[in-house]
Design a protein around this ligand. Structure first.
Ligand SMILES: Nc1nc2c(c(=O)[nH]1)N[C@H]1C(S)=C(S)[C@@H](COP(=O)(O)O)O[C@H]1N2
Ligand SMILES: [Mo]
Length: 442
């Protein structure tokens, strides 16, 4: 076989490998691909593979590695598993100067290290206004009252008896990227875009619970309140509450983490993470918004003329290239896969384009894997890099036709006073040595 494929280009080679592997059983195919890829790797520098810098020759083929010569740990050595010790650098991080204290602070998800679209529970960014409440689920209650026919107090058992739904949705803090309204300053993707997660959430539609209580015709808004020390509370229009808002108790298959609001949180898909009240204890139905602290002095967007936008609920269409990025420089010339994430609070991502020249020209990327409503969507483009300096950008378009704005367009519309809702096209500068710098093009 290696003779036959010797003189083909990489693209022809990949096509031929795909064609020849059709109709083979899975184990045949694995052997086939292994041999095919090895042959290809040996021939040309335009493939992805290559021997990485090894550390200890005694563990390398054709030697039997050290771990293959002894027994490992037994089955319940760790009843609740954890990542390999070699992945200990994949952690949430915070920027110390952002906040005065860790109890009213924020940690960011290492999106540069993640695959697919799901954020593992231990890496979901955290935002608290008064630390993590530790709540015994048996002592937790959800009260629904106000403009309703039948005020109700639910136990966790009551809530978990309702038929459940599981949905994959992103949560983004509206302050994501907020440190960069006036200029680029964060030399890491984790800090420019890491207030972002995407999980499979399980719970009950809020609509179902509101129907149990019977919303009176005058009921136009709800107030959701947390049980933590901040009693964080937000006003939400009844249309959203009756549409896709969920009351959730599980994330990615297990009960919520304390950091995410155990045992109960609200989830407003596609809306400011701030409205997804954690440690949810109370929902009041009213006829107007409450104007709480987190919807007046905070989580409003100060414009250039001194006025503030309020109730800017939707997380607008956004995207960023996650590989390469400052934490993941290009390490080798030749073929590379450019990958990134796109998301929109307005529905599904329709298209993502990539620019190598700072937005002068664009080529379409491929959306890969699941493309879901109000979920992270992964995109990819395979290309070649031979040391050219790129100004690499991604631009997302959602199913409503909304196009992610340039930084200039966003600043023209909103000024630079705000902290929130910075969804402009992001630029990475790729240097000749493959390093990636965070820059802004005005
Ligand atoms: N009760 C309560 N709910 C809360 C908060 C809080 O401090 N207290 N923080 C909010 C903010 S600002 C955001 S961005 C999201 C973050 O959710 P996460 O910590 O699960 O990532 O929770 C929201 N819900
Ligand atoms: Mo937030």
């Amino acid at each position: 076989m290696s003779n036959r494929i010797k003189n083909l280009s990489t693209r022809e080679l990949m096509a031929q490998l795909a064609k020849e592997s059709e109709g083979l059983s899975i184990s045949d195919r694995r052997d086939f691909l292994k041999h095919g890829m090895l042959a290809a790797g040996a021939m040309t520098a335009t493939t992805f593979s290559g021997l990485a810098g090894a550390t200890d020759a005694k563990n390398l083929p054709p030697m039997e590695p050290e771990w293959g010569r002894r027994l490992g740990a037994g089955v319940i050595d760790k009843p609740y598993g954890e990542p390999s010790k070699y992945e200990s650098g994949v952690v949430r991080r915070t920027v110390p100067w952002l906040t005065a204290e860790s109890i009213a602070s924020i940690s960011m998800t290492p999106i540069q290290d993640l695959k697919g679209i799901i954020t593992p529970n231990g890496l979901v960014f955290e935002r608290y206004h008064a630390g993590v409440a530790q709540i015994n689920p048996q002592e937790h209650r959800l009260m629904i009252h106000g403009l309703v026919d039948r005020p109700i107090i639910f136990t966790m058992e009551d809530l978990m008896r309702f038929p459940s739904v599981s949905e994959i949705k992103f949560i983004e803090c509206p302050a994501n990227g907020g440190m960069e309204w006036k200029g680029a300053q964060m030399e890491a993707l984790q800090f420019t875009h890491g207030m972002l997660s995407c999980c499979e959430w399980t719970g009950v539609p809020l609509r179902v619970l509101l129907e149990e209580a019977g919303v009176k015709p005058e009921g136009k808004w709800i107030l959701a309140e947390g049980a933590d020390g901040s009693h964080m509370s937000r006003s939400i229009p009844i249309e959203k509450a009756l549409d896709d808002t969920l009351v959730v108790y599980a994330q990615n298959g297990e009960m919520l983490r304390p950091e995410q609001g155990y045992p109960l949180r609200l989830l407003n898909p596609g809306w400011e993470g701030n409205t997804s009240i954690k440690w949810l204890r109370r929902i009041e139905v009213g006829d107007k918004p409450w104007y709480q602290r987190e919807e007046t002095s905070k989580y409003t967007d100060l414009m250039a003329d001194g006025r503030a936008r309020k109730f800017t609920f939707v997380q607008e269409t956004n995207s960023v290239i996650t590989s390469p990025c400052p934490e993941k420089p290009i390490i080798k010339s030749g073929l590379i896969e450019i990958e990134g994430l796109a998301w929109t609070g307005r529905g599904k991502i329709k298209q993502v384009d990539i620019s190598f020249d700072g937005g002068i020209s664009w080529v379409p990327a491929k959306l890969k894997g699941l493309v879901l409503d109000k979920a992270l969507t992964r995109f990819s483009l395979v290309t070649k890099w031979d040391g050219q300096p790129w100004l690499l950008q991604s631009r997302a378009v959602d199913e409503t036709g909304y196009v992610q704005p340039t930084l200039r367009q966003l600043r023209e519309a909103r000024g630079t006073n705000s902290i929130y809702h910075k969804n402009s096209i992001h630029t990475w500068k790729i240097e000749a040595n493959g390093e990636v710098k965070n820059v802004q093009i005005s």
